[in-house]
Write a protein that binds this ligand. Structure first.
Ligand SMILES: *Cc1c(COP(=O)(O)O)cnc(C)c1O
Length: 410
């Protein structure tokens, strides 16, 4: 039986590898079911999900309230286009704006589209309000950023795997080191319209900036009439222990980009938010999306926000994140060089003596925990925010055992 199932796994892997373009190298596990913090493979083996689809499943797999909202909407209407009004969009955007503290939102689908929307808003704002000369707008970004995969966005990536041979890059972007306020000051010119930044660089390996970084860059942006654009596509919706990571710094970025967990683990839903003044540069006909703001997405997005509020997931993420982080700090220092993160966006970085991260990831998979290495020496742990302390204990024991069994004799 076990052998039969084993071949079933291999069959699905072979099928996917045959027909899917090779732009991913998945961990060799084939998932067919999920519930809460757990996922099951085609053999029926159960795993704790410590990736949460890159933080898109903060509410847990198949959250009953979100599924119910989707089912109800599936029986009414799912897609209208924005050629017409629909009875779900206004209420959804009101909820999203009130939850995050903004006046207006532009609904899109994927995170990359929210980033593109933010770039378009910032450029237009620059030409219309700041009076930057035509086609001269500059946006400052950070090294090791991750903002998505469109041609414009990869054009200002500093990772050759991401941008290599996809050029020519879109002009108008300037890179500075992350976490460095003076570098921002030095990079500003009269044509700078925005500074685009992740409050914590998730894909780069959960890189956390110095205390007060966002507050400091916000003040620099204010003084220089520059928009601060916070990409909270990964850090948002309680992942780091507050509804949004910017709330730790007591500032309100001019533009907020959200996605991932807004879709409640069901479908891609993203948005770009700002003040009425800023968002109004998106005049009629200047921007849009066929699926953006569709009634199904609005019903799912509304339910996804309700779950975060009703289940107090910000506080839970903050408390349980600290609990998890303190446990990770007890891992042997000959193997784990650094443990970092905020809320339930955590990572461990291996020492050079410990070797690469991937064998540890595979060892965790064997023991029933799914995580993924970012770059070669880091593993991110970002379980659904509904995880309990007991479940964190179980996850930690798997991590600890896997490290013990995999690390070379140091
Ligand atoms: C995932 C991510 C994106 C891109 O979102 P997609 O939905 O994959 O397009 C952008 N920015 C950050 C910080 C992300 O983590």
């Amino acid at each position: 039986m076990a052998q039969l199932n084993e071949s079933k796994t291999q069959e699905f892997i072979k099928l996917e590898n045959t027909w899917a373009s090779p732009n991913y190298t998945p961990i060799p596990v084939v998932l067919s079911k999920g519930e809460g913090i757990y996922v099951w493979d085609v053999d029926g083996k159960k795993y704790i999900d410590c990736l949460s689809a890159y933080s898109a499943v903060n509410q847990g797999h198949l959250h009953p309230n979100i599924i119910k909202a989707a089912e109800n909407q599936l029986n009414r209407i799912t897609l209208t286009s924005r050629a017409f009004y629909n009875d779900k969009l206004g209420g959804f955007l009101q909820k999203l704006c009130e939850y995050s503290g903004y006046e207006m939102a532009c609904p899109m689908n994927t995170g990359a589209e929210a980033v593109e929307t933010g770039i378009k808003v910032a450029r237009r704002w620059g030409y219309w309000k700041k009076k930057v000369p035509k086609d001269k707008a500059e946006i400052i970004v950070c090294e090791n950023n991750f903002h998505g995969r469109t041609t414009t966005i990869v054009g200002f990536s500093s990772d050759p795997d991401t941008y290599g041979d996809f050029g020519p890059a879109t002009p108008g972007f300037v890179k500075i080191p992350f976490g460095d306020v003076d570098a921002l000051k030095a990079a500003i010119t009269p044509n700078t319209v925005a500074f685009l930044v992740e409050p914590i660089q998730g894909e780069a390996g959960v890189i956390t900036p110095p205390q007060g970084y966002l507050k400091n860059v916000y003040e620099v942006c204010q003084e220089n009439n520059i928009l601060l654009i916070a990409d909270e596509i990964q850090t948002g919706f309680c992942r780091t222990g507050k509804p949004f990571c910017f709330m730790y710094d007591d500032v309100q970025p001019d533009i907020l980009l959200v996605g991932k967990a807004l879709g409640g683990g069901i479908m891609p839903i993203s948005a770009t938010l700002g003040s009425k003044e800023v968002m109004s540069v998106l005049s009629s006909g200047s921007h849009g999306s066929t699926f953006g703001g569709n009634p199904l997405a609005c019903a799912v997005g509304s339910a996804a926000i309700d779950v975060l509020v009703e289940e107090n997931l910000a506080q839970k993420s903050q408390e349980n994140g600290k609990y998890f982080l303190d446990k990770l700090k007890t891992l042997p220092s000959q193997v784990v060089k650094e443990v970092r993160g905020r809320g339930l966006l955590l990572a461990i970085e291996f020492t050079s003596a410990a070797g690469k991260a991937k064998p540890y990831v595979l060892a965790m998979k064997e023991r029933g925990l799914l995580a993924k290495q970012t770059h070669e020496t880091t593993i991110r742990f970002a379980p659904p925010l509904i995880i309990s302390k007991d479940e964190i204990d179980t996850a930690f024991n798997i991590i600890q055992d896997s490290i013990k069994m995999t690390a070379p004799n140091l």
